[in-house]
Design a protein around this ligand. Structure first.
Ligand code: C5P
Length: 266
């Protein structure tokens, strides 16, 4: 079954304090989104990537997508971006139907599956951006990975573990790591109300993988959560945690950006 990635990159990244949205901040000569695209496309199972970008950066996102696609398929010709349905421009328009997203795709060789990358505008909250990406996926996609562009150094092995677990039958799969700090649950006044047993806690990352029908049912109820697995939990469907990776950290603060630069510098 085809694997599609929704790459959410529409956040402002206010905690990073940069003058461009976070996904467009340069990291070793390439915007964060470019690194994230490289990572997603390095997973051979991935047939399609839908980038969800800020309305102000749709054209830049499309250029990065096109570059990443031709880098991964050097022997193929990348077709220019084409409008799937309408011929209107997509920059500066706040709410455009997802299907009018311009797609770039590789021209498939004989018998080889085609890989496609599309770009759609995001929403106010992360969940709205995921919903916009979900609406734009091709009908052939049956396994969906939702991935934060900000986790731009995620190793391909994490993508592969998540895809393998969904294909093995899990409706929802998230990568997670053990937590090192003791975590307290507090009330609004800061008073501790519970201390969950640390060995039972996991810090979860992305890509989070889902059977497409399960993710669609979850988003049909609500898109309001900080991760997609929480929406699936509300349906009562089981969510499985597989091993994440420290390199799948989310670039959030200037210190994270420095860490990512140091890692890329070797
Ligand atoms: O803000 P935070 O770091 O939690 O965002 C996680 C991911 O979700 C980022 O890659 C960000 O670009 C994306 N996002 C989005 N649309 C929003 C908010 C965040 O695509 N409205």
């Amino acid at each position: 079954p085809g694997v599609g990635v929704i790459l959410v990159a529409a956040g402002s990244g206010s905690r990073l304090g940069a003058d461009v949205p976070k996904a467009f901040v340069p990291l070793a000569g390439l915007p964060i989104l470019g690194h994230a695209l490289r990572g997603a496309l390095s997973c051979p199972d991935v047939a399609e990537v839908v980038v969800v970008a800020p309305v102000s950066h749709l054209a830049v996102a499309r250029e990065l997508a096109e570059a990443a696609l031709s880098e991964h398929e050097p022997s193929r010709v990348t077709t220019p971006a084409r409008q799937a349905e309408s011929s209107t421009t997509d920059d500066g328009d706040v709410c455009r139907p997802a299907r009018s997203a311009a797609y770039v795709s590789t021209r498939a060789g004989s018998g080889e599956p085609q890989r496609r990358v599309g770009v759609v505008p995001g929403g106010a909250e992360r969940g709205d951006s995921v919903a916009a990406g979900l609406a734009a996926l091709s009908p052939e996609v049956s396994v969906v990975l939702v991935h934060d562009a900000a986790r731009c150094l995620t190793p391909v092995a994490v993508f592969e573990r998540v895809v393998a677990a969904v294909r093995a039958g899990a409706p929802a799969v998230v990568p997670g790591t053990a937590v090192v700090d003791t975590i307290k649950q507090v009330d609004e006044t800061g008073r501790v109300v519970a201390t969950p047993e640390r060995s039972m806690l996991r810090a979860v990352q992305t890509p989070q993988g889902f059977r497409r029908d399960v993710l669609e049912r979850a988003h049909a109820l609500s898109s309001d959560a900080t991760d997609d697995a929480a929406l699936v939990e509300r349906l009562g469907e089981p969510v499985l945690v597989v091993d994440g990776d420290a390199l799948a950290f989310k670039v959030t603060t200037p210190a994270d950006l420095d860490a990512a630069r140091r890692i890329l510098a070797g």
